[in-house]
Design a protein around this ligand. Structure first.
Ligand code: ADP
Ligand code: MG
Length: 333
């Protein structure tokens, strides 16, 4: 099933939640909608689900214009941040709920629930109640419940949002593998750029109800289309336009220089292009080192380097060094 969204706009009163949003999800694709809180991600997902009607534009699922199609006729599975399992039902009953209301036979329900318990790797826990599972396990049950009725599209709204960082990380790898197995067209909402990078084939970056950029994770990271995308995805140093000495380009005052901390080379000896800076602080990040520096003009910035580079250079705080920018990008505010 493909999903095509064509110039969808949606206002709440005079607030524009979605503005001319267009995107495409290929059959079997896994697309992440990524953006800060309030950027319109949930509104867009709800519009795909049929829980929200766009003011204008079209939503085409598998070639059919579904913009005004009833929710129940869309063959969509949902899963939201708060798992909302039925507390008084067992895991088995929770997963089988949608099948039961669709009048599947007992035998059919049992078979499908067994398949799903296998898929979510919770075999043997079917007779438990939600309160007897961990947060991560409950979220997997919520996903199985969404998948039970063989939906053609799966919509996930910050499904791991309520879980702690370590479990989130495990679950997104699990979701990626699950998707490779069931290959259902999936739209995944998150405000976490690392999560989007890890999980999705393609990322749609949203801001203020608009699409800022669509691309594969590496494209978005390496070639951000705007200052917003560059700042939102990964860390970045931002230098004012008057810091002309940092690049060869002639800049205007409305322009700024953006460069990632991994794209600044640290040297202990001067070169023709390198500029002088002082190391203020050295932070050990685990496998990498982050150095906080300041130029002689008083502009602060940070540089990331691997532990081996760090040891080779034998850097210390207070030391005078020389830096050279690689991959600097210029955007207008
Ligand atoms: P996100 O999921 O990216 O955090 P949402 O799509 O939930 O953003 O919301 C986008 C904006 O639309 C927010 O400012 C939100 O307050 C507003 N909004 C969402 N739903 C409604 C509604 N039913 N009525 C009024 N405003 C809404
Ligand atoms: Mg939301």
């Amino acid at each position: 099933m493909s999903i095509i969204i064509k110039e969808v706009s949606k206002n709440f009163g005079n607030f524009q939640a979605l503005s001319q949003v267009s995107l495409e999800v290929k059959p079997g694709g896994l697309v992440a909608l990524l953006g800060p809180s309030g950027s319109g991600k949930s509104t867009l997902l709800r519009a795909i689900a049929g829980l929200e009607t766009p003011d204008s534009g079209q939503i085409i699922i598998n070639g059919q214009d579904t913009t005004y199609l009833d929710v129940r006729k869309r063959h969509i599975g949902f899963c939201f941040q708060h798992y909302a399992l039925f507390k008084e039902m067992t895991i088995r009953e929770n997963i089988g709920f949608g099948l039961k209301i669709r009048k599947y036979t007992q035998a059919q329900i049992q078979q499908r629930v067994d398949e799903l318990l296998d898929l979510i790797q919770l075999q043997g826990l079917g007779e438990r109640y939600p309160s007897q599972l961990s947060g991560g396990q409950k979220q997997r049950v919520a996903l199985a419940r969404a998948l039970a009725v063989h939906p053609e599209v799966l919509l996930l709204d910050e499904p791991f949002g309520a879980l702690d960082a370590k479990i989130r990380k495990e679950l997104r790898i699990w979701l990626r593998n699950l998707h490779d197995e069931v290959k259902i067209t999936t739209v995944f909402v998150t405000h976490d750029q690392e999560e989007a990078m890890d999980v999705a084939d393609e990322i749609v970056v949203m801001n203020h109800g608009r699409v800022e950029q669509i691309g594969k994770p590496a494209e978005i990271y390496d070639n951000p289309a705007s200052a917003f995308v560059m700042s939102f995805i990964g860390q970045v140093n931002i230098f004012p336009g008057h810091a002309n000495f940092l690049t060869d380009e002639n800049l205007h005052s409305s322009q700024k220089i953006f460069v990632r901390p991994y794209d600044i080379e640290l040297l202990t000896n001067p070169t023709e292009k390198a500029i002088q800076a002082n190391i203020e602080k050295i932070i050990h990040l685990g496998k990498d080192i982050q150095a906080e520096l300041i130029t002689s003009e008083g502009l602060p910035f940070s540089v990331n380097l691997s532990r081996s580079q760090f040891e080779q250079l034998n850097l210390n705080s207070g030391q005078q060094v020389f830096v050279q920018l690689k991959n600097a990008k210029v955007f207008t505010d």
